[in-house]
Every structure is written in structure tokens, then in C-alpha cells.
Design a protein around this ligand. Structure first.
Ligand SMILES: [Zn+2]
Length: 424
């Protein structure tokens, strides 16, 4: 739930301190929450020859729908080789892998060439402004001039046929959240005015829904599919190799591709209507009605341009559009020591593995760090069968213990490999 991350943050700080690492509890703004909020920070010192690496996770989760869980979502039950509970994947499981990898690295005799910083923040699921965003703004010194960062957003996709793909997120679509409001005279609904808030809102939404978004293949998406092509089913191999051309010239492929929502979201600015606010009583005309739009924009589209288009579309008396949240998306390079370190460990563990620079349709806290020039990648070494990540944000979230163990080992290898790749 949003809020109350402080006890967990304090627990993690305790584990780090008992292992002899520098660590601190950092109190963060409460925002709308009434309970304590905090981040856990820790650091394994290296020789300081190279710039630090940050291992970032978040401690908040989305709420649970307890009816649909087979177990208590907050008991951390272990059964049949799995840990079951809210956050097992997103993202307490990430914090566990990163923390245990750090403790493992602390046992080395030779120090690493860089400091490795552990950072587990609150508020990610609500947009991170009171978590990672606030820490980057108010406590930048905690990052010690870091150049690199690893966080959630990518992992290893194990496919029944074909090579496993190591998906390293290099950029994300950017959110543009809008609120469309319609005002009208309040009063008794037995005497409607003809200019009431709810019908005005419905007209605005009908106009909004006429907005059509073109298919557009941005360079990072073109590259992602070209990288995926050799390891893809034969039917898609040629089309993926040049996605832009295939979508333009091959109607059958275009139809098949766009029919998959996860693919369609990578070649379009998407718009979802989510929240509706209106009256609370059947016989009362509300003075205001509103709807929230969650738009996700491809690199190159800006929220202000998008909001302007929406405003033009819904223009009518009493109707207004405001921006609730927006940020630009930045990309991290694939020609980077950290990206190469992940690729090199992938080849070593599985010579057939394909490493894919991924564009994510959703967003994580990575953008706060990309915005200040840190090379941030969405990659945590976890192995997912197709469909296994279903529990994320849903009921019965779980992660296998084998996955946790292999994740810790692999992350240790990646951090060690980074020292070999980053020598200039
Ligand atoms: Zn998450």
C-alpha cells in the first residue's frame, strides 16, 4: 500500500549494518499518507577508482484484492518452492536479490573498483515523486556521483522454443496523465438546465475518443525488434528485422502485430480512460464531472503537444483539460560498460541467449536517474516463463526460490564483470 514503508526500510538497514556495511534510513515526505515513509540506503565501499553503481528497488506495492488470494498476501508464505505474497516480484523480490548480492560481494577479499549503492525507495507505484524523485532532488549526495544503475523493468524471458532473451530496458514510454473536467450549474435534477456537468463531460469524452493515433516506429523500437528477429518464430523473423517497413507494406503482418496489445503499445501513443468522477446522488446535479486519461507517449511525443490536441478536440463551454503528471523519456546507451557486462554474463551463462535493448510500455523509477545523466537499465536477473509474471499487480504474486538464488548469483557476476568492462 502507499505509505508505511518505514518499518521495512529500517529492517533492511539493520541487515546491512549487521553485515558491516554503511547504511542509513532516509525519511521521505509523507505525501497523502499518514504513516511513516522512508528509503533504505546502504553502500559497499570499493577502491573508488571507477564511478559507483546503484542497485535500485522499491518497497511499496499496489493494494491487494484479498478475496482473490489463496493465501494471506502479507505473510510471505513459502510453498512448493515459491515465496508467495504481495511484492514477491514487484519489487520486494528485487530488493532481496540486490541486497543479498551486495552482502555476497562484501565477502570478497579484493574490493571492487567502485562503490556499490543499495537504494530501496517508497512511493514508486504512485509515481515516485515522494520517493526516488525526491531523493534525486534533495539527497543527490547519496548517489555519490554514480554513473550506473540497475532496477526493475527487464529480466530473462525463457521461451519453450527458441533462445532465452535477456531483456534490458533502455527506455520507457512517458506518462501524460490528464484530467478533463466539465462544469455546469448545480441544483435539483428535476429541473435540468441543458448545460449540466455530466452530459457536458460525456460529449467531451465522445470527442476525445475520436482521437486516433498513428502507428509510428521510433528508432529504439525498430532496434528492439531487429535484435529479437533472429530468435523469433519463422513467420515473424523477416518482418521484425525491419519493423517500420513491414508495418507499412505488409497488411497481414500489420493486422497480426497490432492485434497484440503489448506490441501495439510500442508503436502508438496509447490513451486509456480510467477514473470517472461525477455526482454522488441520483437527484442532485453535480457542479463538476471529470475523467482521467492515462496516455503513454512514445519518445518524441510531448505531453504538452498531446494536451493541446486534446484541448482542441474537446473544446466546449465549461470544459477544461489539466495535466496531472508528465515527464519526458530519456534513453540509456547500449554502448555502455554496464550493458556490455550484462551481455557478457548472458553469453557466458547461455551461449544461445539473445540480449535485447527493450523499450517498456510502462514506467519505473529509472527515469528520475536517466534525467540526471545516470546510465540506468531495467534489468534484474530473474527468469520468467511466458506468462509467469501474471501475479504482478494481480492476486497470488509469487517468485520461485530457485529464481531468487540464481538471480543473486547472476547479479554478483554482473557487478564483477562491470569492473572488467569499465576500465578506461
Ligand atoms: Zn515495481
Amino acid at each position: 500500500m502507499p505509505g508505511d514503508e518505514a518499518p521495512l526500510a529500517a529492517y533492511l538497514v539493520g541487515l546491512l549494518q549487521r553485515a558491516g556495511l554503511e547504511a542509513a534510513l532516509v525519511e521521505t515526505p509523507r505525501g497523502a499518507s499518514r504513516v511513516g515513509r522512508a528509503a533504505a540506503w546502504g553502500m559497499l565501499r570499493g577502491t573508488g577508482e571507477r564511478p559507483p553503481l546503484v542497485l535500485l528497488s522499491h518497497l511499496d506495492t499496489v493494494p491487494v484484492d484479498a478475496e482473490r488470494w489463496h493465501e494471506d498476501p502479507f505473510a510471505g508464505i513459502e510453498r512448493d518452492g515459491y515465496v508467495i505474497g504481495r511484492g514477491a516480484q514487484d519489487a520486494k523480490g528485487v530488493a532481496v536479490i540486490q541486497l543479498l548480492a551486495l552482502l555476497e560481494l562484501a565477502r570478497r577479499e579484493q574490493p571492487l573498483a567502485r562503490d556499490v549503492i543499495f537504494l530501496a525507495t517508497p512511493d514508486e507505484e504512485s509515481g515516485g515523486r515522494n520517493g526516488a524523485g525526491w531523493l534525486v532532488r534533495e539527497h543527490r549526495s547519496l548517489l555519490r556521483g554514480a554513473r550506473f544503475l540497475l532496477t526493475e523493468g527487464g529480466g530473462v524471458l525463457h521461451r519453450p522454443r527458441g533462445a532465452p532473451t535477456w531483456q534490458v530496458a533502455v527506455t520507457e514510454k512517458s506518462p501524460c496523465w490528464l484530467r478533463i473536467t466539465a462544469k455546469g450549474p448545480p441544483g435539483h435534477s428535476s429541473v435540468p438546465s441543458g448545460a449540466d456537468a455530466v452530459p457536458r463531460l460525456l460529449d467531451a469524452l465522445a470527442a476525445f475518443r475520436q482521437l486516433k493515433d498513428d502507428v509510428r516506429v521510433v528508432p529504439s523500437v525498430q532496434r528492439m525488434f531487429a535484435t529479437l528477429a533472429p530468435a523469433s518464430p519463422a513467420a515473424d523473423r523477416r518482418a521484425f528485422a525491419d519493423l517500420r517497413r513491414s508495418l507499412a507494406r505488409d497488411p497481414a503482418f500489420r493486422q497480426r502485430f497490432l492485434a497484440q496489445p503489448a506490441y501495439a503499445a510500442l508503436v502508438r501513443d496509447t490513451t486509456s480512460l480510467t477514473v470517472l468522477e461525477g455526482g454522488a446522488r441520483t437527484n442532485v446535479l453535480p457542479a463538476e464531472a471529470a475523467a482521467h486519461v492515462d496516455a503513454r507517449l512514445l519518445p518524441g511525443s510531448t505531453c504538452s503537444d498531446f494536451a493541446t490536441r486534446v484541448r482542441q478536440r474537446v473544446r466546449a463551454p465549461g470544459v477544461a483539460v489539466e495535466t496531472l503528471l508528465s515527464f519526458r523519456s530519456a534513453a540509456s546507451p547500449i554502448d555502455s560498460p554496464l550493458y556490455r557486462a550484462v551481455a557478457s554474463v548472458a553469453q557466458r551463462r547461455d551461449p544461445a541467449a539473445v540480449v535485447v535493448p527493450r523499450v517498456n510500455a510502462g514506467f519505473t523509477d529509472a527515469h528520475w536517474f536517466r534525467e540526471i545523466g545516470i546510465e540506468a537499465y531495467g534489468f534484474v536477473p530473474r527468469w520468467h516463463e511466458l506468462g509467469e509474471s501474471r501475479g504482478v499487480h494481480g492476486p497470488n504474486e509469487r517468485i520461485s526460490i530457485e529464481n531468487l538464488e540464481r538471480g543473486i548469483e547472476t547479479l554478483v557476476e554482473i557487478v564483477e564483470e562491470l569492473d572488467r568492462q569499465d576500465t578506461t
